[in-house]
Design a protein around this ligand. Structure first.
Ligand code: UDP
Length: 246
């Protein structure tokens, strides 16, 4: 049975009104029942991308839960007077689910990132969670997606974490999720953080909602991506006033 949560529409994307705690509890319950679930953690860039790529928008619509990954989504929902409870990031959800998997003998498949980064991620996870069952992993630079999907099926995972970045990860999940009755979640650059090749912003930056700035300072080439934020906020305001006029 599909759990029903209210949603909040931000520029065409229906965000699930859910807290970190409620999402984790829900995903754990779903996993215990071996349900097939697709989680999207969406930021403003994803919302903008979905607006100009209808195929991607359709894929996002198939998700069971779409969470607000980024302060931009929280602010957008606030501006529209339909607030979302809090930021629910892919990284935090991933870490919580890994801890759950380790304690409960659940099977985890990791897909994505560069081969060396993935090896480091696996080593790091084995050290941190000696009981974690990583039943398979594959780097994110492959030609034969069907072959990767076959590996996932053969490993019978409870959780499949896909770190191909958007939009690739969502396209992959939508196409192949039926090959394992698992919780499938796109986790972007999370393996780079777990491997230690990219640093997550310290708590101070996270709390003050300037995690994006920390990331920009580490990877200045992301400037183009960050600059999409003002455009996103302008579109939210435009949609608000348009709506009010009607
Ligand atoms: N990646 C991959 N295959 C690809 C393209 C990207 O595995 O074909 C990986 C890349 O190595 C990195 C992640 O996907 O680990 C994307 O990280 P990014 O920070 O760009 O994620 P996003 O901001 O999209 O969540």
């Amino acid at each position: 049975m599909k759990a029903k949560y209210p949603t909040v529409n931000v520029l065409g994307v229906n965000f699930t009104k859910i807290t970190n705690h409620a999402l984790r509890t829900q995903l754990i319950a779903d996993s215990q029942q071996h349900l097939n679930r697709f989680v999207v953690t969406a930021n403003p860039e994803i919302v903008l991308y979905a607006r100009h790529d209808p195929a991607y928008a359709r894929v996002i619509q198939q998700a069971d839960y779409i969470t607000a990954d980024g302060i931009g989504i929280i602010k957008g929902a606030q501006l529209l007077h339909t607030p979302l409870p809090e930021r629910v990031t892919g990284f935090d959800t991933l870490v919580a689910l890994l801890a759950f998997a380790a304690q409960n003998n659940k099977r985890v498949f990791l897909l994505g990132a560069k081969s060396a980064v993935l090896e480091l991620t696996v080593a790091h996870l084995h050290a941190q969670y000696p009981h974690l069952k990583i039943v398979g992993y594959h780097d994110g630079y492959f030609d034969d997606a069907a072959q990767v999907a076959a590996e996932i099926t053969a490993s019978a995972p409870d959780f499949v974490f896909v770190a191909l970045g958007f939009p690739k990860q969502e396209f992959f999940i939508a196409k192949y999720r039926s090959c394992a009755s698992a919780i499938w979640m796109g986790v972007g650059g999370s393996f780079d953080v777990l491997a230690g090749t990219v640093k997550r912003a310290p708590l101070f930056w996270q709390k003050h909602h300037i995690e994006w700035l920390y990331r920009l300072l580490q990877e200045p080439t992301r400037i183009g991506r960050i600059l999409s934020l003002p455009r996103y906020l302008a579109l939210v305001l435009f949609s608000k006033y348009n709506h009010q006029k009607k």
